[in-house]
Each structure stands twice: as structure tokens, then as C-alpha cells.
Design a protein around this ligand. Sequence first.
Ligand code: FMN
Length: 245
Amino acid sequence: MRRTFSFVPFVVAFIVLTGTPAKVKEITHREATPATRVEIEAGAKPSEVLLPEPGKTGPLSLEEAIAKRRSVREFKDDPVRLIELSQLLWAAQGITGEDGFKRAAPSAGAKYPLEIFVVAGRVDGLTSGIYHYEPDSHSLTAVKLGDFREELCGEALGQKWVEEASLSIVIAAVYERTMEKYGERGVRYVHMEVGFVAENIYLQTESLALGTTFVGAFSDGGVKKLLKMDGMEPLGIMPVGVKQQ
Ligand SMILES: Cc1cc2nc3c(=O)[nH]c(=O)nc-3n(C[C@H](O)[C@H](O)[C@H](O)COP(=O)(O)O)c2cc1C
């Protein structure tokens, strides 16, 4: 039998790890878009990007963050930094329990049905692409590389803030994890959990002087196809960028 050898995982790992970090002031929307699009082959070892350690203190009190939170739909061209993305993902689904299991947002029966994706287009220190967040290792694995914000915007009925934001966090759910224990009632628990995660992201963006909006209007099938989701349903898109003051 002839053995085949695929270079794709190595090429992807190289691009992800050496992706030219964006320079804050010089960057423009177009310059930040790499031309290369790389599909990750099914079964290929995923390329992993370890995220910087998130902080546990911040400049804004919880009360100030709640008071200032608004849905933001206009963003500057400045990129979001990798440390900020790390902080947002930690707030969404990061492991916070000393047992190494429990997460930042509550979950019925600690079943953790939610999966988090990032569609990154202008993140300083991260190659543009679609990534899946791994809470256990606080890392990202690449789904595909390239700037897919325009396509995501198309799937979100052309809401332009999805294309203009530096990145979008996409919240998806594997309903069975919760329904196994709670039956039909599990559906409402999953939807409640999306709300907890989204509010954590809203408050964390406020604390980082970034902005976001929860977007619920999108094509389920289109988002699933674009993000190569298998066995899960997309439930929310949160475009994130540096907000206009
Ligand atoms: C479930 C849900 C779905 C939403 N969907 C969208 C959306 O598709 N597009 C959008 O621009 N805003 C969307 N929003 C944001 C609301 O428009 C916004 O929260 C509301 O106007 C109140 O403003 P505030 O968030 O600034 O307080 C959604 C909010 C929620 C809670």
C-alpha cells in the first residue's frame, strides 16, 4: 500500500504561529486581510494557538461596566489584541474552578453545552481565520484560515457591524449534553446559558474599552456551513471591535 504524506497540518501550523502580527497604527481593514485561505483537512491534527494568561483584575468596577454597557455597532479600524481576545474567551467559557472543571458562566447540571468559535479578521498577533476555543487548554484550534468576516456578515443578513468588527465570537450549542439529563426542559436551559455567556462578554468588552452587540438574526444553515459546525447549532454572533468613543 502506498503511504501518503500531507504537508497541510505543517503549513497551517507555520502560518498560524508565524502570522505577521499587526501593527496597531499602520493597520487598515484591507491590509489586515491575508490573501491565503487554507482549508484544514478532515482528520488533520489541528493547529493550536495557546492564548496569553487572562488577567483577574481590571480597570472598571462591575457596577461601572453594568452602567456603561451598550450594544456597539460602530468600530475603529484598530485591531483587537490577542491578550484582549484571550480575556473575552476566558469571560465567556474559561475554566475558573479550582477543580479545573467549572467555568466562568453557570451551566445547568454543569453539562457545559456551549461551544465558542472566533471569526478573526483584525487581531494583533493572530492570523485571520476561524478558530474553535478549547477551555481546558485555554487555546484556539484553527478551523480554516483567511478573513471570513464578509461571509459571516452575509450570513447575518448583511448587518455591516459583523464585517466591520475586528472579530466575531460565535456561540453554538450541543443540545444533547443538557437534554440527556433534563429532556425537553434542557432546551430552555441551553438558551439561558447563551444569555449568561453573552452578558459576560458584554461586560468584559466594556472593561477592555471594546464594544460588542449580540446578533441573533442570521442564517443558521449558512453559519453552520461557514464555520464547519458538526452536531451543534449556532445561537449568537458577537462582533467585537475597538469602539468609537
Ligand atoms: C436575543 C437578542 C437578539 C438580538 N439580535 C440583534 C441583531 O440581530 N442585531 C443587532 O444589531 N442587535 C441585536 N440585539 C441587540 C439589541 O438590539 C439591543 O440589546 C437593544 O437595542 C438594547 O440596547 P442595549 O443593548 O444597548 O442596551 C439583540 C439582542 C438580544 C438580547
